[in-house]
Design a protein around this ligand. Structure first.
Ligand SMILES: C[S@@+](CC[C@H](N)C(=O)[O-])C[C@H]1O[C@@H](n2cnc3c(N)ncnc32)[C@H](O)[C@@H]1O
Length: 264
């Protein structure tokens, strides 16, 4: 069935349009000058923390998000079950945003990450932000083991729970019906899945839900997905935060998405 095919992320890798330099390239920090491909002096995310593009074999990467995590995360990366098995720039940017802007305001909030892959964003939030409720990192079946492995590798099983949330189906009962926070990084990359992603947002976002949604635009079609999201939801673009701006020039976009019935 078509939807089952969509559930096979291994077949749908986000294209790496700009090659090896893509992730290691910089977005400028607001304290620095705008960077170009030849200037790596203001790396937003430390080069050393990013897996090299050509390193496709399984391994473990140590991640501090440029020193924001005093206690680094160790993340197993393994592409054998799909593209979620490696770190992607939108996940690194969203992690940085959460650590810089939401380190202390998540107490009492229910949190669900969708399309979590290896779980970078949810694990970074669990490690570096104050939280007191379980954080659900969710993806399709092929990513479940990697999520479990990364949770235990980082000793975060008391704070982070893996769950199966396939956008082609309603969310499982175990995750909060309308979480206060939904996180989504690099989930826009496969056009036939766009309606499923959008319907998942429609199901998850209640009037009190905030979704932080970070994506890398690779194809023109990606903009159609965002256009549809803007039509259906209340969307605010975050073009800079703390010391971080210029990521739009890397085709990375960060949005705050809320239901049109949202209560502020
Ligand atoms: C490019 S990866 C991003 C992973 C991670 N969020 C990050 O930023 O590193 C896209 C993720 O979306 C997930 N995904 C794709 N289609 C999905 C679906 N129908 N239901 C749930 N997750 C899906 C993939 O399995 C993959 O983990």
């Amino acid at each position: 069935m078509e939807e089952t095919n969509l559930a096979s992320p291994a077949q749908h890798q986000p294209p790496n349009t700009t090659g090896d330099a893509e992730i290691t390239n910089t977005y400028s920090s607001s304290t620095g000058s705008p960077a170009d491909d030849s200037d790596n002096s203001q790396l937003l995310i430390g080069e050393s923390l990013i897996p090299e593009r050509e390193r496709k074999h399984a391994g473990t990467t140590v991640v501090t998000i440029d020193g924001l995590l005093k206690d680094p995360l160790r993340l197993k990366e393994d592409l054998k079950n799909g593209c979620g098995g490696q770190l992607w720039p939108a996940g690194l940017l969203l992690s940085r945003y959460m650590l810089e802007e939401h380190a202390t305001d998540l107490v009492g909030k229910t949190i669900v990450e969708i399309g979590a892959g290896g779980g970078l964003v949810g694990l970074a939030v669990a490690r570096g932000c104050q939280t007191d409720k379980p954080i659900y990192i969710t993806d399709q079946e092929p990513m479940m083991q990697l999520m479990r492995d990364n949770i235990s590798l980082n000793d975060l099983s008391m704070k982070v729970k893996p769950a199966l949330l396939d956008w082609a189906r309603p969310p499982p009962a175990e995750i909060p019906e309308h979480p206060e926070l939904v996180l989504a990084a690099d989930c826009v990359y496969f056009e036939p899945a766009f309606p499923l992603l959008i319907s998942t947002l429609q199901r998850l976002l209640g009037p009190d839900t905030i979704c932080y949604f970070c994506f890398k635009r690779r194809r023109r079609a990606d903009l159609r997905c965002i256009k549809m999201i803007k039509k259906l939801f209340h969307v605010t673009e975050i073009t800079k935060f703390s010391t971080c701006d210029g990521y739009n020039r890397e085709n990375l976009f960060l949005y705050k998405i809320q239901s049109r019935q949202h209560r502020d």
